[in-house]
Design a protein around this ligand. Structure first.
Ligand code: ADP
Length: 401
């Protein structure tokens, strides 16, 4: 027979039951609070969140999903997840991938709104498990990438516009080049005529012309010759990009030797010491044009070596800069102010200091040199300072490049 509890014992048990009830109530309140908090989190997020069952049906959504699909939550829940995309087949594949791999990352899809609007999204989804550890379904979030797509589209449009502008520019340049070519070509013949008649005048009437008249004829002749040189340079310049000559490999040293041979008289007259580096490499390109580059740089180095220079000296060689072969022609001549570095590569630009030096020039030489180097995929630049000589550097592309 069980012993009847005493009054005190009953009172004690009632107290314990009351305490238990309070604990349980608090636990229920805490749980409700936690659920409210989680729900709040899910609802405030701007990305659509969906919970999908293992049969592919929607079991829960947030507010953003309602906004992006245009359907209220009670219409969405219980329907197929894949129906709300413009490509349901692709959506299903993504969903199956989550089951086979446990997750998908940045899976591109498009949510179709009931009014026809389409939202491009990147889907990220993972499986979730029940208390026993079995896969219960999929939890998926979609990131709206409309802005990104718009930015990409704007970029693509800009790129296309830029391409069109570049093509337009190239066509205009070509047009300008062929205009320069035609004009300079057409100008040649009147100059030849002027020169021819000046010669005829001298020959036929030289004996009756006063000294003053002969002087004027000389001026006309000089001007015609200068004009001829200018036109020849213009023609050469316009031809560089219009005509590509055959490219081949040849020793750089050969170009230097050929150029120096023709310049011997000036070199001797000025007593210039020329140092050519040994083991100059083989280069690849249009031989005659690269010959012109070397010839022009050496001619300038001689022209601008300085009349009063007590030990005129020119070095030609190649060195390595940032893993690239860089050719150079260095003189210890009059030098150039840094502010004029760009100017000297512009056509018909001569510096006032140049006019005081030996030898004439049109001011087109370095423009032609730069065009030839760029035509070969290389670059040209210089370092120089007034009175401190100049070094002209240039690069060329290798045959493989
Ligand atoms: P130019 O026919 O006048 O020599 P370039 O185009 O070859 O024409 O050179 C342009 C200008 O650059 C020259 O007039 C000169 O002022 C300057 N220049 C070129 N090379 C040198 C150099 N080695 N030293 C000093 N000045 C130079």
């Amino acid at each position: 027979m069980q012993k009847k509890p005493t009054y005190e014992e009953l009172e004690q048990r009632v107290k314990e039951l009351e305490k238990e009830t309070v604990r349980r109530k608090k636990a229920e309140e805490a749980l409700a609070e936690l659920q409210r908090y989680t729900r709040e989190l899910i609802e405030v997020t701007l990305d659509p969140l969906v919970v999908i069952s293992s049969e592919g049906k929607i079991t829960d959504v947030n507010r953003a999903t309602e906004v992006d699909t245009g359907y209220p939550r009670d219409k969405l829940i219980g329907t197929r997840f894949s129906e709300y995309f413009t490509d349901p087949q692709k959506a299903r594949q993504g969903y199956l991938q989550v089951f086979s791999e446990g997750h998908v990352r940045d899976y591109p899809l498009e949510i179709g709104h009931c009014d026809g609007k389409v939202t491009p999204v990147l889907y990220n989804a993972s499986v979730y498990h029940d208390a026993k550890g079995d896969v219960a379904g999929v939890f998926g979030t979609a990131r709206d990438i409309t802005k990104l797509k718009e930015a990409e589209e704007a970029l693509r449009k800009n790129e296309n516009r830029l391409k069109a502008l570049l093509a337009e520019l190239a066509a205009k340049n070509e047009e300008l080049d062929s205009f320069v070519y035609r004009v300079s070509h057409d100008l040649k013949s009147p100059i030849v005529t002027i020169d021819g008649f000046v010669g005829a005048l001298k020959e036929d009437f030289g004996h009756v012309l006063p000294e003053e008249g002969k002087k004027y004829l000389r001026y006309i002749s000089d001007a015609a010759r200068k004009m001829e040189l200018l036109i020849k340079d213009l023609l050469d310049l316009s031809r560089i990009d219009r005509v590509t000559r055959k490219k081949r490999e040849f020793p750089f040293a050969r170009l230097v030797k050929d150029a120096l041979k023709a310049l011997q008289p000036q070199i001797k007259a000025r007593g210039i010491v020329i140092n050519i580096q040994e083991d100059l490499p083989v280069i690849y390109g249009e031989k005659r044009r690269l010959g012109r580059v070397v010839d022009n740089l050496l001619t300038n180095a001689i022209k601008y070596i300085g009349k009063e220079n007590p030990s005129p000296c020119i070095d030609v060689g190649v060195e390595e800069q940032d893993g690239q072969k860089v050719f150079f022609v260095r003189d210890n001549g009059i030098g150039i102010e840094q502010r004029d570095f760009d100017k000297i590569f512009k056509v018909f630009q001569r510096l006032p200091s140049a006019k005081k030096q030996v030898g004439e020039g049109t001011g087109a030489g370095l423009t032609i040199v730069k065009r030839i180097i760029e035509h070969h995929g290389g670059k040209i630049w210089l370092i120089s300072e007034p009175g401190g000589g100049s070094t002209f550097y240039f690069t060329l592309k290798d045959k493989e490049a």
